[in-house]
Ligand binder design. Structure first.
Ligand code: KG4
Ligand code: ZN
Length: 356
């Protein structure tokens, strides 16, 4: 089975081709990711309209490149998959329309993939993880803990009640003058910083449930910076704040994940793996904390390589394959979905600005 996957829901225009053998093992034949970071950097964040235009300009080139690198023509595909949501709707529409056009022109099935499911199932491509497993999804738009029971079968244990963790990295980096996106420069600065210099809060740590909250942490970073002597921030201040912030984030995620492991154990006594995905999963301090937590809890920690944790086409192609194997395809009438929760039955989390 060979599937082309197209991802355009955020600020990466990406396409990949995956072949899955009869034993269910996937092989990435091509994986092209065109990042729009440079386009958005002057704005200090993603501008949806700018993103949609860039996807429109580059989607066909990226698809062409993915097909060429795989050494295939469209008639050799078994299906074409595209992110159908959730995400920035202008970009999602570009990817979906591109995929529908390919499906119509070559008479192959179209599969609309939930972007979050793409992150959720990547570990089955990279590590052949069996169901069920616990997923920690930490990205610029999402912070969620979910039980992955099967394809299309998720139980959300926790989500953020305000900002996503990547958003907290990006906003804190902005306050520190570190540029966008904020995760990598905060991690780099933290290497030379003293994590004990500034005392920052650990929102929701020790509280019941598995939800996250990061807006108070970001506000505390601002308050602490404002309380420093007037004048330009010194390099050591930036490094110490980056280290203090990163440690606070890792502590909170470690605590919430530990609770989720206990909940997962209650619901799925046979589950043994914690999978981590999303751009923030690239953070070494977070990985170290999760290694510690999973060791204590005697769970396996599975972290796909960083380039498959951030947005990419391979996760969409793979999820397309997972659905195709179950006979799921979508009609060309599929309407892109700006919101598309993995667990539609999850109760609303308390707090403002809840992300589904
Ligand atoms: O998954 P992703 O590529 O895009 C989506 O949001 O879907 O995640 C991007 C986020 C950004 O907020 C970025 O600052 C963060 O991941 N990030 C990191 C690191 N690398 C990227 N955060 C912390 N440490 C990193 N090394
Ligand atoms: Zn993503």
């Amino acid at each position: 089975m060979i599937v082309l996957g197209i991802e355009t829901s955020c600020d990466e225009t990406a396409a990949a081709v995956i072949r899955c053998d009869e034993g269910g093992v996937g092989e990435i034949l091509s994986d092209v990711v065109l990042s729009q970071i440079e386009v958005h950097r002057p704005f200090g964040g993603i501008v949806p309209e700018v993103a949609a235009r860039a996807h429109l300009e580059f989607a066909d080139h990226v698809v062409k490149q993915a097909m060429e690198q795989a050494g295939l023509n469209f008639d050799q595909l078994d299906a074409v998959a595209a992110t159908g949501g959730p995400g920035l709707i202008g970009g999602v529409i570009v990817g979906v329309m591109t995929a529908k056009a390919i499906a119509a022109a070559h008479s192959i099935p179209f599969v609309a993939v939930n972007h979050l499911e793409g992150h959720a199932l990547t570990a089955r491509l990279t590590n052949q993880v069996g169901f069920p497993y616990l997923l920690l999804l930490v990205s610029g738009g999402h912070s969620q803990l979910l039980i992955v029971r099967g394809v299309g079968d998720y139980t959300r244990l926790g989500t953020t009640i305000d900002d996503a963790v990547g958003e907290a990295f990006d906003k804190s980096a902005k306050l520190l003058g570190l540029g966008y996106p904020g995760g990598p420069p905060i991690e780099a600065a933290a290497k030379n910083g003293d994590a004990t210099r500034f005392s920052l809060p650990r929102p929701l740590r020790g509280k019941p449930g598995c939800h996250f909250s990061f807006s108070g942490l970001k506000a505390a970073v601002k308050r602490t910076i404002d309380a420093l002597p007037p004048g330009e921030l010194q390099a050591q201040d930036v490094n110490d704040m980056a280290a203090s912030f990163q440690t606070a984030v890792a502590d909170v995620i470690g605590d919430r994940t530990r609770r989720a492991i206990q909940e997962f154990r209650d619901q799925c006594p046979h589950g043994t793996a914690l999978v981590v995905a999303g751009g923030v999963a690239a953070n070494t301090a977070l990985r170290t904390k999760l290694e510690f937590v999973t060791k204590i809890e005697q769970m396996r920690l599975i972290a796909p390589p960083p380039h498959l944790c951030t947005d990419n086409g391979a996760m969409i192609a793979w999820t397309g394959i997972e659905h195709l194997k179950l006979g799921h395809t979508d009609s060309l009438n599929f309407a892109p979905r700006p919101r598309w929760p993995l667990d539609p039955n999850a109760p609303k989390a308390a707090g403002a600005g809840v992300k589904a």
